[in-house]
Design a protein around this ligand. Structure first.
Ligand code: HEC
Ligand code: HEC
Ligand code: HEC
Ligand code: HEC
Length: 500
């Protein structure tokens, strides 16, 4: 009996710790926009953001808290290309399927698929949708309402199809507000599209997909509604704590995020304008009334700036606090989701290895020179070869193998030599391994003729245009030609070898 009481007390205590505090938000909205089928970042850049395993860990942590959570995804969720090349269809569909499986585990409240998602062949899309436990909004109509409850609040989540008829959207959104405490609309479109919907009477929040912006944007007011956004490719998620105290009252944004962004903006404007005024005063040829007007503008800006520094007043009305959580490398990961991702990588590797087993590179044209692979250069350039083997370029394929991505169509092209070039490599063909890694011929060009007869010239200089085929902005954010080139010119390769 005593034992029973102890257990009861314990469970009661667990229960009470989960009770919302007095000032706790009524609701937490977790927002992801323009996910575009990204399971994780490629890992090429200096600070890769994203990863559905990291996203999962965040969403789980939010759900473990006392505040009810709705998790919404707006804009292209499953695909990043509208018209896939035939060779890429299978990998992209596998990817989307894995994503759906993971989102199912995360109990997504609703998804509003974007334009690229909707452009996929109907059968593939239908198969994907059937496999999902969460609703896809506005697939068969211009606007659709999902009603749900979160804590004490009754929510209407409205999905709007891209390019939907405005009158239909107005009517559906209007009807949605009956018996509802909070109205959230999801769109996939331009800033202007989102503004129009935010201005509809009674809309509290607009989740905007379709912007395709790397940087997240703090809440933006339009009419009485607030537009929310969360960057793209799952690089981060926007979390909005909603304190709803009164019905039919607009929300006030009290986020530190918005405040600091606004502060920076005002500081810029004040700096620019005061510099201009000083210059006008000096020049003396500006009309006195105009100058006076500009000084008044400056004073208004300064007042607005001071107001931001004043301590935030305690609000009795409806407020929102938004923050953006970047999913950095060190962010916690959900181990189970990670496991699904690793299985996915292996399955894609295996499928592509079989599907493309017979894929040969384009044949050599009359003026083309064949590739031979770096080992063929080693006999005459042993010092250069010894350096290269231990340089990043010499292990680029290993980087993919360690991740089970060496047959992945999104990766292989820049981590091998002569990809899809005449007489070069493909996802499966690499001269029995001679063309794996970023070999000598990636920079000096195909070398069969020179290898057979060193009298035949081979390019020594490697212009920037050679590098940026791979070192582009998306995959090499820190690339600087001169600095990167320096790293390649070492004793034995470009500099006299050090004799021992
Ligand atoms: C049979 C021996 C031999 C082989 C094999 C060979 N080279 Fe050479 N290579 C030479 C000789 C000899 C020179 C001229 C002397 C020098 O500068 O070292 C040369 C010069 C070069 C130069 C400098 C060209 C210049 O204008 O200064 C580059 C770059 C080069 N080789 C790249 C390669 C690459 C890449 C491979 C493999 C695809 C390769 N070589 C294979 C013998 C060879
Ligand atoms: C075929 C694609 C390709 C080309 C062409 C290429 N690179 Fe690279 N480069 C890579 C890859 C992939 C890596 C990373 C490999 C790894 O670590 O797995 C890399 C890494 C490097 C690194 C090491 C960076 C670090 O952080 O350690 C330097 C330096 C570099 N490249 C310079 C150059 C320069 C300069 C050129 C042009 C002359 C060039 N690369 C051309 C694909 C390429
Ligand atoms: C457009 C070319 C390109 C594609 C496609 C590409 N990479 Fe890379 N990758 C690079 C370059 C260039 C670097 C070196 C960047 C630097 O150091 O500036 C790199 C570096 C890396 C690194 C860091 C290696 C290290 O040890 O520092 C990893 C990991 C990586 N890539 C994995 C991948 C994966 C996985 C994919 C597919 C999802 C992929 N890459 C697709 C060009 C590419
Ligand atoms: C990422 C690009 C890159 C790769 C990969 C690369 N090189 Fe070079 N190589 C260069 C650059 C840059 C220079 C210096 C060019 C200059 O002097 O303007 C150079 C110079 C050379 C030279 C002439 C200078 C000398 O030391 O004699 C040779 C020979 C050469 N490379 C051979 C090779 C061989 C062999 C490999 C493969 C084992 C290789 N390179 C891989 C970029 C590359």
């Amino acid at each position: 009996m005593r034992c029973f009481l102890a257990i009861l007390a314990l469970s009661l205590c667990l229960g009470c710790s989960r009770q919302p505090k007095k000032d706790a938000p009524s609701l937490r909205i977790a927002v992801v926009t323009d996910l575009k089928g990204y399971l994780e970042p490629c890992g090429c850049t200096s600070n890769p953001l994203g990863g559905i395993d990291r996203l999962a860990a965040q969403v789980r942590a939010l759900r473990d808290g006392p505040v009810p959570v709705v998790f919404l995804i707006a804009g292209d969720a499953f695909f990043d290309t509208a018209e896939l090349e035939p060779a890429r269809v299978d990998q992209a569909n596998r990817n989307a399927k894995t994503l759906v499986e993971i989102l199912d585990r995360l109990e997504v409240t609703a998804v509003l698929p974007g334009r690229r998602d909707r452009a996929q062949p109907a059968r593939a899309l239908e198969a994907l949708r059937r496999g999902a436990d969460f609703p896809w909004l506005a697939m068969d109509n211009d606007a659709e309402v999902l009603r749900t409850e979160a804590g004490a609040l009754r929510l209407a989540v409205v999905g709007v199809r891209p390019g939907a008829d405005r009158d239909v959207v107005m009517a559906v959104t209007g009807r949605a507000q009956a018996d509802t405490d909070l109205t959230i609309v999801m769109v996939d479109g331009s800033r202007r599209d989102a503004n129009r919907i935010g201005a509809i009477d009674g809309v509290d929040f607009v989740l905007q997909g379709g912007l395709d912006e790397d940087d997240p944007i703090p809440p933006r007011q339009t009419g009485a509604g607030w537009v929310l956004h969360a960057s793209r490719q799952g690089q981060g998620l926007t979390v909005v704590d909603v304190h709803r105290k009164k019905k039919d009252q607009p929300f006030v944004d009290r986020s530190e995020w918005s405040r600091s962004e606004r502060t920076a903006q005002l500081d810029r404007q004040i700096g620019d304008l005061s510099a201009k005024i000083t210059a006008w005063e000096k020049s003396g040829d500006v009309d006195a009334a105009d100058l006076q007007a500009q000084r008044a503008r400056l004073s208004d800006l300064e007042k607005a700036r001071q107001a931001l520094d004043a301590p935030a007043m305690r609000a009795n009305g409806n407020t929102l606090f938004a923050s953006w959580i970047p999913l950095e490398k060190k962010a916690p990961r959900d181990r189970q989701v990670e496991k699904v991702m690793r299985q996915h990588d292996k399955a894609v590797n295996q499928a592509n290895r079989i599907a493309f087993a017979d894929l040969e590179p384009p044949p050599l044209g009359p003026d083309d020179v064949a590739y031979v692979g770096s080992p063929a250069c080693s006999g005459c350039h042993d010092k250069a070869f010894a350096w290269w083997r231990n340089h990043a370029h010499g292990v680029a394929y290993l980087t993919l193998q360690q991740r089970s991505k060496e047959y992945n169509l999104d990766c292989v092209g820049c981590h091998v030599t002569g990809y899809e070039q005449p007489g070069g490599s493909t996802v499966t063909h690499n001269l029995n391994g001679a063309l794996v890694n970023v070999g000598c011929e990636s920079c000096h060009g195909p070398g069969a003729a020179h290898s057979a007869d060193p009298e035949v010239a081979i390019a020594r200089h490697t212009p920037e245009s050679t590098c940026v085929v791979c070192h582009n902005e998306q995959h090499s954010d820190l690339f600087d030609y001169d600095a990167y080139l320096k790293a390649l010119i070492v004793p034995g390769h470009g500099l006299p070898a050090i004799e021992r």
